[in-house]
Design a protein around this ligand. Structure first.
Ligand SMILES: C[S@@+](CC[C@H](N)C(=O)[O-])C[C@H]1O[C@@H](n2cnc3c(N)ncnc32)[C@H](O)[C@@H]1O
Length: 388
């Protein structure tokens, strides 16, 4: 058993717990079977969840979670009031038992956070850490492959290993991006909102009229598919289960979909961005093993979009991150969204708080604060209601 901390954007802690519950039994035990281990109690802390679980399950959260930023494994906790106590505490940690130090060229990087502590000098802490691991021939270097997180609150030091490697929003498909792309983890959050109102299946037409390089559509396409085709730090841990040392470990995840039946339409007027969208779609398909998808990519002004359903069992949802105050004036964007909203079942969008959209048939069913790269926005959901 080990202690884990899964970090996420502030405010998304509850959604992260719901997400982990949803994919829990898709994770596997060491015999390759769906896990029979009971889900732990999650302790919600600011910016993430903390819990204790078998190491191999904690590591797999990296593969399945779309909302998590990182998965950290706590490896030690100790008290330290002075730098020599800190150094002594670090000296006792048996990094060599967990990490394959030779593979890491005996280098690690540190991320240090200190609150309300006498030990709040990053330079001195780094020096004390370096002294403590010198006898093991470990060096602290910026940009080393493995990161060790050190958090000091009052006199309590927590040492954690990063099990993720690159930030988890880096799915591996976004080689080219447009301007102001939405971070994949936040796009995935919009998709969890859609799933609360509609299944993403063959009855759905998913429209993003301001699709950019396609992030929202890609997160919808891959919402239930683990990301098996990127590197994670835990894969090179000495302590990683044998399962993950095998070349064929990915084959243990069975029943992965090879096609997606929902219809996706992405529209953008910028030709260059549309090219990126097309390129990234190929990457999404190859990285997530999706042989067949229904994605229509249109290079045009969404003013001229004709939303036509093929049959009555289909419903259209718009999920989008529109431009605000950049190319079109906000008034134009707003009226365009209001026009498109006339023909749909629902609409999920991010927008400035001052926007006050009005629809004849859709009702505002939810609106919450949404922080996108420091911009204070709203995430709103409009939907046809029974009264219409
Ligand atoms: C905020 S970006 C969307 C980013 C996208 N969610 C992503 O993550 O890549 C807005 C996009 O809307 C496009 N756009 C602006 N006005 C448009 C219009 N009238 N019709 C179609 N696309 C438009 C811009 O070219 C830009 O790519």
């Amino acid at each position: 058993m080990a202690q884990f901390f899964v970090s996420c954007q502030l405010g998304l802690e509850k959604e992260l717990a719901v997400e982990i519950k949803k994919f829990w039994t898709r994770m596997i035990d060491l015999d390759g079977q769906p896990t029979r281990v009971q889900m732990p109690e999650f302790e919600e802390v600011e910016g993430g969840l903390q819990f204790e679980i078998n190491e191999y399950l904690g590591y797999q959260i990296n593969l399945f979670s779309k909302l998590a930023n990182r998965v950290l494994q706590r490896i030690n906790k100790f008290e330290a009031r002075y730098f020599d106590q800190f150094e002594e505490g670090i000296r006792k940690i048996e990094f060599e038992k967990i990490l394959d130090l030779d593979l890491l060229q005996r280098k690690v990087q540190l991320k240090i956070e200190a609150h309300k502590s006498r030990l709040n000098n990053e330079k001195n802490l780094t020096e004390a850490f370096s002294n403590a691991v010198k006898s093991k021939n470990i060096k602290v270097e910026d940009k080393a492959q493995q990161t060790i997180f050190i958090r000091i609150t009052k006199d309590r030091v927590t040492v954690s290993l990063d099990t993720s490697g690159e930030h988890l929003h880096k799915r591996g498909y976004a080689e080219h991006r447009g301007e102001a792309p939405l971070r994949e983890t936040l796009a995935a959050y919009l998709i969890t909102k859609l799933q609360q109102h509609s299944a993403i299946d063959k009855s759905l037409i998913f429209l993003d009229p301001f699709a950019g390089s396609g992030t929202l559509i890609f997160e919808a396409l891959t919402a239930s598919i683990p990301n098996l085709n990127r590197h994670y730090s835990f894969l090179s841990f000495k302590s990683a289960p044998k399962l993950y040392k095998s070349e064929t470990w990915r084959k243990n995840y069975r029943d992965l979909p090879q096609e997606h039946l929902a219809h996706f339409i992405g529209c953008d007027l910028d030709e260059k961005v549309v090219k990126s969208f097309k390129h990234n779609l190929e990457l999404v398909q190859s990285k997530f093993g999706l042989k067949n998808v229904n994605v229509k990519i249109l290079n045009q002004d969404s003013q001229n979009l004709d939303i036509a359903k093929v049959n009555d069992s289909e419903k259209v949802w718009i999920v989008t991150n529109p431009p605000y105050g950049v190319r079109l004036s906000d008034e134009n964007t707003k009226s365009l969204i209001q026009k498109l909203g006339k023909k749909v079942e629902g609409l999920i969008l991010i927008h400035p708080a001052v926007w006050n959209l009005k629809f004849d048939s859709l009702k505002l069913v939810q609106s919450e604060d949404f922080n996108n790269q420091g911009l204070k926005l709203k995430l709103s959901i409009y939907k046809l209601t029974g009264n219409n």
